[in-house]
Design a protein around this ligand. Structure first.
Ligand code: SF4
Length: 328
């Protein structure tokens, strides 16, 4: 039997997740978990959350909400330990060692950082924000992650992880693999207004949404502006509702395209058909979420067990790090 490759996946705890999180990350995580060829670790990046928001009062609640969505989406804690970064102290320890191996100039050149500073209109950034990719390198390499499922915007961070692994190995002896990024196939699902799906933009369909709310929200979705009424020919390729059909209603995609282009299909019907397919897709999520919502002790136990597995792996790596560095 070939050895399983180790995968590290993580998210910052931002509360309830939406369909954009599913399409951009979770779908891939579940597929990799079910592939059988990987050993998966799932990290709640709660320290990372502080890089853009110092208010930590919501982190616990947001962690539980996110965890419920992970479990609802099919993350199986038996195969994929789930743990909080803040509860495994080796993350901060390895972060410190790695911070000596990279220059501030290299971190300042990071294109993702430059984009975020521009897009979020950030003023002077903190030392922790600049070092975000270094903590991320520690998250990945602590578990000797060989594969990291990411979106394109994270590729530059993975490159920094690879550089740090190389530099550590050159300086002290080989301890770490150089992880490879695994890009998600369908990485962007737009929100109901056509912009990036985001709770703060109020354009998201949550994984925990009720069927009625999905229908109500879908009514607000923007469509082809040239198709005013049923009978007008539409352009599905520029319509975000069609994107939802492509994702959640592939068996009817061609029929919807023809109906839209010929004008026979009206936007109201088309939206409701998309809403029904999304509801069918979310139904098993709702059932699993309800199961765990009603059993908070079970969720607590999942975290405890995940953290104990992660801690054992992290301690083993730190021992190797200390031996390689001839300290301790
Ligand atoms: S019919 Fe459907 S695909 Fe065509 S413009 Fe309307 S909502 Fe979009």
């Amino acid at each position: 039997m070939p050895e399983k490759k180790i995968i590290l996946s993580g998210m910052r705890p931002t509360g309830k997740l939406h369909l954009g999180h599913w399409a951009g990350a979770l779908e891939n995580w579940v597929a990799l978990q079910n592939d059988g060829g990987y050993s998966n670790f799932h990290l709640v990046a709660d320290y990372h959350a502080l890089t853009t928001n110092l208010d930590s009062s919501h982190i616990c609640d947001y962690t539980i909400d996110m965890l419920l969505d992970w479990l609802a989406a099919g993350i199986d804690p038996e195969h994929s330990p789930i743990f909080r970064q803040s509860q495994i102290k080796e993350h901060t320890e390895l972060h410190l060692v790695f911070s000596m191996l990279i220059t501030t100039a290299r971190l300042e050149r990071n294109p993702t950082l430059k984009e975020q500073v521009r897009d979020l209109n950030l003023g002077p950034i903190s030392y922790g924000y600049l070092g975000y990719p270094v903590l991320q390198a520690a998250d990945i390499l602590l578990y000797k992650g060989e594969v990291v499922p990411v979106g394109e915007d994270q590729l530059s961070h993975i490159e920094i992880t690879r550089e740090i692994a190389r530099d550590f190995n050159r300086q002290y002896g080989v301890v770490f693999p150089e992880p490879a990024a695994k890009l998600t196939k369908f990485s962007r699902l737009p929100g109901l207004d056509g912009k990036k799906m985001s709770k703060s933009l109020d354009n998201a369909i949550l994984l925990s949404e009720s069927p009625e709310d999905v229908r109500t929200k879908m009514k607000k979705a923007v469509t082809d502006p040239q198709k005013i009424r049923k009978g007008d020919p539409g352009r599905p390729d520029i319509c975000l509702v069609f994107t939802y059909h492509q994702k959640f209603n592939q068996s009817e995609e061609q029929e919807i395209r023809k109906g839209c282009e010929s004008g026979q299909l009206g936007c109201v019907d088309c939206k409701m058909r998309a809403a029904e397919k999304i509801n069918q897709f979310l139904e098993p999520f709702r059932e699993r979420r309800k199961h765990y919502e009603q059993r908070p002790d079970e969720v607590r136990k999942i975290l405890d067990e995940g953290e104990s597995k992660a801690r054992a792996a992290a301690q083993k790596t730190m021992k190797e790090v200390h031996e390689a560095m001839k300290i301790g």
